[in-house]
Design a protein around this ligand. Structure first.
Ligand SMILES: Cc1ncc(COP(=O)(O)O)c(C=O)c1O
Length: 363
C-alpha cells in the first residue's frame, strides 16, 4: 500500500460477523475458552485484545514495520524498551531528549543499575566517542524536544551496527509521514501516540515498532509482564485518528514553515529553531532525510521571562497547554511551565533560555 492508503486501510478489514467498516471495540477483560487449552486466539486482555491487535497492525502498516506493540503512554513504551536490558547497561541518549525521558532515566532507571551518557546526536562522531564496552542502546530523538535538533538516523544506525548496539528512535515529532527510522537502519521506532498519530488530544498512548521478530517477542512479553497496555477504547480512538495522518501532517508541515518564517522575520524574536528553515544548522540533514518538517517550532523571544509571560498571557487561539501534535495550536513556555522546577543555571546550560517558547502548530 502507498502511505496515504496505509493510513486509511492498513491492518483494518470489515468485521467478519457484521461487515462493520469500523472495527468494533472489544471492551472485555477475558475470553471464554472452547475447552481446556483451546482459545480463539485471546485469553486475557493484558496479554492481547482484538482492538489493540488491530491498532498494532494499523500502526505497523503505516510505519512499514513488521510488528508494533502499543503501551498505555509514550513513557510506558520507553520504559518497556529499557527494561528488556539488564542492570549494568550503558545507554547513549540525545542530550535534548524529552524531559520525561531523562527523568525516567536519571531518577528511576539509574537506581536500577543503568548508566546514561547524554550527547548531542546531531554529531554522529560524538555518539561514536561515547561508546563503552557495556553500551547496549542508543536512544535518540529527532527532531528533539524542545530545541528541534536534527540527527542523521542512518549515520547513527551505522555506528550502532558497527558495535552491535541497538538503535531506537523516538520519532514522535515526525511520525512515519515525515521520517522512516526503520528504513534508515534503526532497530526500533517509538512514538508517543498521544501526539500526532492520534492527533486530536483525545488519548495518552505509546507504540514501539520493529522488523525484528525477537524484539517483537520481547516487547509482547513486556506488555504482559508490566501490564502498561492501552485500553480497547483508547486503542480504537488512535485507530480513528490515524486515518487522517497523511492529511494532517502535510498541513502541520505547511503551516509550520509559514509560522517559522513569519517568526524569523519578527523584530521581537531573537532566534527560531525549525528544521525547515535554511538557518537551521542541520537543515541539509533534515531536507535529505525527512519528508516535510512537521509542526513543531521553538523560538527565543527578546526580553526573557517577562516577554515569555506577556506572550503566554496574551494568546487567544493558541492553547496554553502542555502537549503537542494535535489539530489545535498549543504553546508552552519551558521556563515558567514544563521546566519551572529545574534550577535556572541547569536550564540555561541545556539551552532552555528564559525567552524560549515552544509552539505546536495545528491544522
Ligand atoms: C518526544 C516525546 N517522547 C515521549 C513522550 C512521552 O509520551 P507520553 O506523554 O505519551 O507518555 C513525549 C511527551 O511529550 C514526547 O514529546
Amino acid at each position: 500500500m502507498k502511505f496515504d492508503t496505509a493510513c486509511v486501510r492498513a491492518g483494518i478489514t470489515p468485521d467478519p460477523t457484521t461487515g462493520a467498516i469500523v472495527p468494533p471495540i472489544y471492551q472485555t477483560a477475558t475470553y471464554v475458552l472452547e475447552e481446556v487449552g483451546v482459545t480463539k486466539g485471546f485469553d486475557y486482555t493484558r496479554s492481547s485484545n482484538p482492538t489493540r491487535q488491530t491498532l498494532e497492525a494499523a500502526l505497523a502498516g503505516v510505519e512499514g514495520a513488521r510488528h508494533g506493540a502499543t503501551f498505555a503512554s509514550g513513557m510506558a513504551a520507553v520504559d518497556a524498551v529499557l527494561r528488556t536490558f539488564d542492570a549494568g547497561t550503558h545507554v547513549i541518549c540525545s542530550d535534548d531528549v524529552y524531559g520525561g525521558v531523562s527523568r525516567l532515566f536519571n531518577t528511576v532507571l539509574a537506581r536500577h543499575g543503568f548508566e546514561f551518557t547524554y550527547v548531542d546526536t546531531s554529531y554522529p562522531e560524538r555518539v561514536a566517542a561515547a561508546v563503552r564496552p557495556n553500551t547496549r542502546l542508543i536512544w535518540m530523538e529527532t527532531p528533539t524536544n524542545p530545541l528541534l535538533k536534527v540527527a542523521d538516523v542512518a549515520a547513527i544506525s551505522a555506528i550502532g551496527k558497527a558495535h552491535g548496539i541497538l538503535v531506537a528512535v523516538d520519532s514522535t515529532f515526525c511520525t512515519p509521514a515525515i521520517l522512516r527510522p526503520l528504513e534508515q537502519g534503526a532497530d526500533l521506532a517509538m512514538h508517543s501516540t498521544t501526539k500526532y498519530l492520534s492527533g486530536h488530544n483525545q488519548i495518552i498512548g505509546g507504540v514501539v515498532l520493529t522488523n525484528d521478530d525477537d524484539w517483537y517477542q520481547k516487547l509482547r512479553y513486556q506488555q504482559k509482564a508490566l501490564g502498561a497496555i492501552p485500553s480497547p477504547f483508547d486503542s480504537w480512538l488512535v485507530m480513528m485518528g490515524l486515518k487522517t495522518l497523511h492529511l494532517r501532517m502535510a498541513r502541520h508541515s505547511a503551516s509550520g514553515l509559514l509560522v517559522a518564517r513569519w517568526l524569523a522575520a519578527h523584530p521581537k524574536v531573537e532566534k527560531v529553531n525549525y528544521p525547515g528553515l535554511e538557518s537551521h544548522p542541520f537543515h541539509d540533514v533534515a531536507r535529505r532525510t525527512m519528508n516535510g518538517y512537521s509542526g513543531m517550532i521553538s523560538f527565543e523571544l527578546r526580553g526573557g521571562l517577562e516577554a515569555g509571560r506577556t506572550l503566554m498571557n496574551s494568546v487567544q487561539l493558541c492553547a496554553l497547554a502542555e502537549s503537542l501534535g494535535a489539530v489545535e495550536t498549543m504553546i508552552t513556555h519551558p521556563a515558567t511551565m514544563t521546566h519551572a522546577a529545574v534550577p535556572r543555571a541547569d536550564r540555561l546550560a541545556r539551552g532552555l533560555t528564559d525567552g524560549l517558547v515552544r509552539l505546536s502548530v495545528g491544522i
